[in-house]
Design a protein around this ligand. Structure first.
Ligand code: SME
Length: 167
């Protein structure tokens, strides 16, 4: 069975290289998308330092619906354009929010969250959902995180056969 070792490096580029290598090992031979996404959320939560929530919202029934995650229970449905996740899904652009209190319409699922990053998951032209990571520290995420997590999503897209229900 796969065991994820704690990644020691302080170099964020190298950190994401190793994280994404672990991800591929976990999902490349698993045909079940849900099993792979559950392990992906666990991997993020286990290995990224200084975070309090990591997981997925999936685009179903014209809205974002909560998917596999780690952290406190969260709101289950988010309309496109609402909050940070809904904004990322609607604009299809990465959102890096240094201070959630300054983001209009931020949805506070865990009062401890101070900053967050949301990466849209797009396959071809199709919106699949978003990856959302929250931190109890302000300005926890930067462009290096955005690059590393974009690679993470690329790996998911490469190895996961998304079901038809995401639309
Ligand atoms: N903060 C998000 C809502 C999801 S929770 O943080 C898990 C938002 O405003 O989109």
């Amino acid at each position: 069975m796969f065991t994820a070792e704690i990644i020691e490096t302080h170099d964020r580029k190298e950190f994401y290289r190793q994280l994404n290598m672990y991800l591929v090992q976990l999902i490349e031979e698993e045909p079940d998308w849900l099993a792979s996404l559950c392990n992906a959320a666990s991997l993020l939560y286990l290995l990224i330092q200084d975070i309090n929530w990591a997981g997925f919202y999936l685009y179903k029934e014209g809205q974002l619906i909560l998917g596999p995650f780690q952290g406190k229970p969260a709101c289950t449905r988010i309309a496109l354009g609402r909050g940070v996740c809904g904004t990322a899904a609607q604009t299809r652009e990465i959102q890096i929010v240094e201070d959630v209190d300054l983001f209009p319409g931020h949805i506070a699922c865990d009062a401890a969250s101070r900053s967050e990053i949301v990466i849209p998951i797009i396959k071809g032209e199709r919106l699949i959902g978003v990856l959302d990571i929250d931190s109890p520290s302000k300005a926890r995420f930067d462009d290096e995180d955005a690059r590393g997590l974009t690679d993470f999503i690329d790996m998911l897209n490469r190895h996961i056969n998304w079901p038809e229900e995401f639309k």
